[in-house]
Design a protein around this ligand. Structure first.
Ligand SMILES: Nc1ncnc2c1ncn2[C@@H]1O[C@H](COP(=O)(O)OP(=O)(O)OP(=O)(O)O)[C@@H](O)[C@H]1O
Ligand SMILES: [Mg+2]
Length: 258
């Protein structure tokens, strides 16, 4: 199930502005890769290029190559909707479908994929909500609107929705930024369990979290004010946090800037 992502020479633009510059990296299957770096350096932008979500923004475009195993995701015959189905995403701001119930939010993707059997849907709803550490809080009100949950609960609902379809790759953009420490630990446990099956990428501003959950860490930075973001280095997480190759990485992880 899990797949390797290989990015080469990737640039992403908003209109004429280049937001990220010449990024190349390999993301291994059955592993967790963390993206760290100061605000505005393009982590979310880069993440969205990995499942063709960047181009939904008017005027936004991508140059370069992203391979999912052998498949060229930007190839002319590739359907972006199909890409988003196998490369799931949890956004920085929780975005449950506002008019749908909690239950309907979790099964939305499954229904699109043609799963209809109630017993099967019920089972996946429970498993996904348990995985996202939300089950106990919502099991008695699955029919109520997803939008009626607190911010942190909505984020966990979005995580449940993303894992319900069992994507091959899961992209998570600061999934814990609105969560309390207990839910944060539950999500980190979930990530540790999921990596047996999936390829996972997580953006985080929390250095301890990156160190706890990831196998590989990529550090991003701006080359200067008004310049595009770029990847400074990617390496084993241990190495990034103990003996990074670049001084900018060391300055960032030791809190000297950013
Ligand atoms: N929809 C958009 N339209 C135009 N510019 C955008 C848009 N989204 C992001 N940008 C710009 O692209 C650059 C990178 O932003 P991005 O959100 O990818 O950074 P980030 O590293 O995720 O930051 P943060 O840590 O604050 O989430 C920034 O200069 C930002 O202003
Ligand atoms: Mg971001």
């Amino acid at each position: 199930m899990a797949k390797r992502i290989e990015v080469s020479g990737l640039n992403a633009y908003y209109g004429k502005t280049r937001a990220i510059e010449d990024i190349s990296m390999t993301i291994e299957p059955r592993s967790v890769t963390a993206f760290i770096g100061p605000s505005g350096c393009g982590k979310s932008t880069f993440l969205r290029t990995l499942n063709r979500m960047h181009e939904v923004i008017p005027g936004a475009r991508v140059e370069g190559k992203v391979l999912l195993d052998e498949l060229d995701l930007y190839g002319s015959s590739v359907d972006p909707v199909a890409v988003r189905r196998v490369i799931g995403m949890v956004f920085q701001r929780p975005n449950p479908f506002p008019t749908m119930s909690i239950y309907e939010n979790v099964v939305a993707g499954l229904k699109l994929n043609g799963v209809r059997r109630k017993a099967q849907l019920d089972e996946i709803v429970e498993k996904s909500l348990r995985g996202a550490n939300l089950w106990n809080e919502v099991k008695d009100r699955l029919g109520r609107p997803g939008a009626g949950l607190s911010g942190g609960q909505q984020q966990r609902l979005c995580i449940a929705r993303a894992i319900a379809v069992e994507p091959q790759v899961l992209l998570m953009d600061e999934p814990c930024s609105a969560l309390d420490p207990i839910s944060t630990l539950a999500i980190e446990d979930l990530i540790a369990n999921l990596k047996d099956q999936y390829t996972i990428v997580i953006v985080t501003h929390n250095m301890q979290q990156a160190a706890r959950v990831s196998d590989r860490t990529a550090f991003f930075n701006l080359a200067g004010p008004g310049k595009p973001g770029r990847m400074v280095e990617i390496d084993d997480t241990n190495k990034i946090f103990t003996k990074p190759s670049e001084k900018a990485t060391e300055d960032y992880i030791t809190g000297r800037f950013g």
